[in-house]
Design a protein. Sequence first.
Lengths: 343, 424
Amino acid sequence: MTTTDTGRSAPRPETGHPAPATGSAPDTGLSAPLKKKERSVRRIAVSQTLSRWDVKVSPYLYISPFFILFAITGLFPLLYTAWVSVHEWNLIGGQGDFVGFDNFAFVLSNPPFWIALRNTFSIFLISAVPQIALALFIAAVLDRNIRAKTFWRMGVLLPYVVAPVAVTLIFSNMFGDQYGLINNLLGQIGIAPVGWHSDVLASHFAIATMVNFRWTGYTALILLAAMQAIPRDYYEAAMIDGAGMVRQFFSITIPQLRPTLIFVIVTSTIGGLQIFDEPRLYDQTGQGGASSQWMTITIYLYNLGWGQLNFGRAAAVAWLLFLIIIIVGLLNVAITRSIAKAS
Amino acid sequence: MNLSRRSTAAAALAGAAAFALIASGCSSSTETPEAGGDITLTVATFNDFGYTDEMFAQYEAENPGVTIVHNRAATSNDARDNFFTKLGAGSGLADVEAVEVDWFAEMMQYSDRLADLSDPELADRWVQWKTDAATDADGRLVAYGTDIGPEAVCYRSDLFAAAGLPTDRDEVAALLEGDWDRYFEVGEEYVAASGAAWFDSAGATYQGMINQVEFAYEEADGTVIATENPEVEAIYTDVLNASSTLSAHLGQWSDDWFAGLANGAFATMLCPGWMLGVISGNAPDVTGWDVANVFPGGGGNWGGSYLTVPAQGANIEAATKLAAWLTAPEQQMTAFAAAGTFPSQVEAYESAELQAATNEYFNNAPVGQILIDRSNAIGVAPFKSVKYFPINDALQRALTRVDVDASMSIEESWEQFVADVNAL
């Protein structure tokens, strides 16, 4: 609107004369008072414009740093990876020929990708499900009136502070097949040694243990924070109605935690599907086992990109992983929504 | 040097650095020359090259204004990942980068990204085959040799005695003299007498055998023959058949393997020069380890490294000077004393110091003379081209599936290997 205001009155004296610059006196004499007038009018218009813009644009400006940063560190790599994935691309040689979807076809038609997918989901399920269940339990216990609250709460978070590399080094040593601590202990009670580095499920279990060791406390604290926000009146009312602890937990705590649970489940899904440190450091070669027992998708990606120097295929795997995470994320939301509606 | 994942932290660092590089496009560890002409040179090695802090301090004292930062990766694999990532990115490499012979051919494809180190004065410093391998098609010498890995046999004399085998290193050498079948035969005797294992793993033993084959995985023109070469399949089958009774089933460089070095899980292992340092470093309390002047099937070389100066560096001239100094016979002798990295420098073989070198840990064995003899026994320089590293990696996994994991039969695992190679 302001633009039309200025458009109506301002242009005439300035642009109406095609050649005012030659210094003809009447011209300037004529336009000077006109300009003065215009300027005062326009000053109001400009400030109005600015304040309108302020209302409309400022909110976007204030949050723009995030989006600019996201565009640089998130969107650009995403699109660039897509660009790489449709080319032959060597880590050192760089860009080669355009090959369309050949890289995707190669990845999808070879067994390692599917084995990696199986491993990733297996490790994710073995880690995420018990982890959230255990975290719920721990949070519920910490939510009670116990002595030395802060001590216990900090204690739960302690494993999270330990560097994942250190955790993995210690655990993979404990899970040694022949001389590991755990197999030794199992031997003491008469159980045959478990092939932690040779058996598929055993290796997944070992890796899931490391993940749970690190993340359970963290998840528990998030859930605890949410639990403390639940109005205590609910519990009092339930108690008066004669509900026991277990009933209170399932009928009040869990439903009230739903938004937090969704958050925890979504973040642990994203993290779980991208698991890298633990399987990479689980044995001495870091390639996910001789028969790919614990080769996750990210390890497969790494082997392709940095082992075989084939960035095109690695980028294709990266995009497939991205799509899988989106699909699983949407599934998560759909399932939790339908549960929310049902109850 | 093909080495262990002792501190896997470095692996994670390398991985993280790789990702950081992809994300940021570039980063640099090379400092540009400062005002006073002071420069910092970074040297990147892996495992243990035997480069001591004293050596670097000496160089810094002799060359005022130069500060040296030494970074060590845990394994050759980690160093390789890091090297290729940053070579591709065009920045981030150290001023002097160590490379291992197994992925050397892969690197030589990009020799134009390395500085030309040719120097008439140094032309005859190394054994000829070492220099030849580092000279590219344009005649540029792009790497200075550090060590080579002439192989001997290490054995536990205490376990030999318990099993009724000779313990003196000359008698052991005479006992094992012959081909691989002879080595396995004595192994059967030992296993029958002791009930323990003869060697550490099929993978390590295979490594010794395949390094005696001139064209194992590739023809001279680069054609991949790994899956059809009857020689490779025969060695693969032989070593696995022997392993069923003789192997301790310990994946080389695994935590179990390191424990086995110390607890007597196996009585012998193949010992390139640099392996001596690995054994004494990881089983410091064991007194029985000794080394015999013998190697099944003649001689063999396992590993050995080079120093390169990436062309992306800011101080190429100063870095070249440092690389030349580090690979001079005197410095290599110091490194040999520290880590057992056997010199590739011809002059060093003449030195009385090397000839007289003994190793206290290995029962005062004359390791200098033994390794000189083993070096002279090397008959074949295996041809390693572009695909050597990934193929050998796939074959090692095939051996592990059978020997360590026991998850596949010999035939199944071979088929998997063929599939893996075809997918490269």
